[in-house]
Design a protein around this ligand. Sequence first.
Ligand SMILES: O=P(O)(O)OC[C@H]1O[C@H](OP(=O)(O)OP(=O)(O)O)[C@H](O)[C@@H]1O
Ligand SMILES: Nc1nc2[nH]cnc2c(=O)[nH]1
Length: 133
Amino acid sequence: MVMADLARELRPHVSMDWMAVSSYGAGTQSSGVVKILKDLDSDLSGRHVLIVEDIIDSGLTLSWLLGNLASRGAASIEICALLRKPDAAKVEIDVKYLGFDIPNQFVVGYGLDFAERYRNLRDVAILAPHVYS
Ligand SMILES: O=P(O)(O)OC[C@H]1O[C@H](OP(=O)(O)OP(=O)(O)O)[C@H](O)[C@@H]1O
Ligand SMILES: Nc1nc2[nH]cnc2c(=O)[nH]1
């Protein structure tokens, strides 16, 4: 969703690739271990990379991803994120383009899931604690 919104606004020539990483699985707390579910198809060496992320919570995913992509020889790496939870940060992440800072609550919708549900909500909503506790 975020990617489609962004792509419509990009004017220069860009190529896009997708990577799926997961550390939350079916929960609302990061396991702290980031797993690659789908890797990039492109070679990043010498490329200027903009990571487009839906949400920054603890920052652990992006911290890990920055190291991973840097090791592939990218010329530069910047981050764009729709949502960020400043009060949840465990590591500081330098974000170049940010949509919104939000409270430290688990949110779903607009592509964001809880155990693969609610991605199709048209808006971002706070997941009521009785749903997951
Ligand atoms: O800043 P963090 O605390 O690391 O959280 C942010 C990450 O959490 C989400 O992925 P998630 O691991 O939930 O993917 P999944 O829904 O596929 O498990 C989201 O897409 C980010 O990549
Ligand atoms: N769906 C969803 N995934 C997350 N991953 C890290 N924080 C969140 C969140 O608030 N909602």
